[in-house]
Design a protein around this ligand. Structure first.
Ligand SMILES: CC(C)(COP(=O)(O)OP(=O)(O)OC[C@H]1O[C@@H](n2cnc3c(N)ncnc32)[C@H](O)[C@@H]1OP(=O)(O)O)[C@@H](O)C(=O)NCCC(=O)NCCS
Length: 378
């Protein structure tokens, strides 16, 4: 195999068939199981999208009620977890690392954790992780802020309940809907890096908790889910330093940096999710009367698009949207995980339905004729 034939970063390599989501990176299209993301963002809910991804079709009203109740029945965490939550908070652990550790711990409370044969059991594990993730994240955040942990409220939907557990106040309808839409938008995206991690882990017939733990670790990097918080740090730095946003970006590019929230392995034009999130960021600015974050974003976006041919991705506007909702910056990437877990679970089920160990090769370019010298002669 020649160096040129290696697809670095697996670019363009098709590793599986999937029925979950389709991306057309040339035309900027994203669909979940045949439904355009724009329509789901406008008309659906996160719970309904989870059902769609996990079961392959939209639920009837009764099925959705049953599914939503089942999910909310899984929200409470075992009191045994409190000790580790407090310890992670005391150690001032990074929020994504804390989430990864807490999710890994969940398997200790599931007697069926090793079952990968019965897909109904795996789906229940998926519901368990998805439902508990917001409870764990909010508990960690409250603990590190020296505040009392707030138990989940079964009468609120997934998004509203998370915001409630975070702040102790029931969010207004607009804020809850904004988060619900953001969760829909981030839920699945083909074989992205974290989803691939989940599938690789499950392909060894490990277990769902291990797959989700792998995926969270993968999502945390700045080239993947970590970009949304870096976008907001950039906007805050621009604001604080009172520099023109375009000058800031030019300087950053000159220093060899990549601008967070731009570029994508698959999209060659603007990510359709960025269009929707941009609208949400704008609405939040209009309703608060502070258009700063949106205005900075628009200047950066038009400069990078015209001068560098770079288009915005999902992370570009989610940062400023979450900021305007009062969410702490280091929770943006964990919130991405609260949503993408839906895709990880869906892909895990798909992987297990037709599993084969994922095991690629490397082109060995090291030496092959070394002579072993005993340690005392080296
Ligand atoms: C998303 C990303 C990792 C894709 O990586 P990739 O497919 O391996 O693409 P590359 O990093 O090879 O980029 C291709 C070219 O575009 C440039 N580019 C890509 N994203 C860029 C960015 N955000 N800022 C500046 N230049 C960028 C690269 O420098 C490279 O230019 P070159 O060919 O002259 O070297 C990359 O665009 C990136 O790092 N973006 C910023 C982080 C981010 O927003 N991540 C969230 C993704 S949803």
């Amino acid at each position: 195999m020649t160096k040129d034939s290696i697809k670095k970063g697996l670019e363009g390599i098709v590793v599986t068939e999937s029925q979950l989501s389709y991306i057309n990176g040339i035309e900027g299209v994203l669909i979940y199981r045949g439904y355009p993301i724009e329509e789901l963002a406008e008309k659906s809910t996160f719970e309904e999208v989870l059902y769609l991804l996990w079961h392959g079709e939209l639920p009837s009203s009764d099925l959705l009620t049953e599914f939503t109740e089942d999910l909310s029945n899984h929200r409470e965490i075992d009191p045994g977890m409190d000790k580790i939550i407090m310890e992670l908070a005391d150690q001032n652990e990074n929020s994504m690392a804390a989430l990864r550790t807490m999710i890994s711990m969940l398997s200790g409370y599931d007697p069926n954790k090793k079952d990968t044969k019965n897909l109904d059991v795996v789906l229940q594990q998926g519901a368990n992780v998805t439902a508990k993730m917001p409870t764990l994240l909010a508990a960690f955040h409250r603990a590190r802020s020296g505040k009392e942990i707030i138990p989940p409220r079964p009468d609120l939907n997934h998004a509203a309940n998370f915001l409630y557990m975070l702040s102790g106040e029931e969010p207004n309808e607009t804020t809850a809907k904004t988060l619900d839409t953001a969760l829909i938008l981030h839920c699945d995206h083909g074989i992205n890096a974290s989803t691939f991690s989940a599938r690789v882990t499950l392909s060894t017939l490990s277990d769902l908790y291990s797959a989700i733990t792998s995926a969270i670790g993968t999502l945390s990097g700045p080239l993947h889910g970590g970009a949304n918080q870096n976008v907001m740090k950039m906007l805050l730095d621009i604001d604080k330093s009172n520099v023109d946003p375009i000058e800031w970006v030019k300087n950053s590019l000159q220093s060899g940096n990549k601008i967070p929230g731009f570029g994508h392995r698959v999209y060659k034009i603007k990510d359709p999710r960025a269009t929707i999130l941009g609208g949400m960021s704008k609405s939040l600015g209009l309703s608060s009367g502070d258009m700063r974050w949106y205005d900075y974003s628009i200047s950066i976006e038009s400069y990078l698009s015209q001068e560098k041919g770079l288009a915005s991705n999902v992370d570009f506007y989610s940062g400023s949207a979450y900021y305007q909702m009062g969410i702490p910056i280091d929770l943006y990437t964990p919130i991405f995980a609260l949503s993408r877990v839906g895709g990880w679970v869906g892909h895990s089920i798909e992987q297990l339905s037709d599993n084969r160990l994922i095991r690629p090769r490397a082109n060995y370019i090291g030496p092959s004729d070394m002579t072993y010298i005993p340690i005392d002669e080296r």
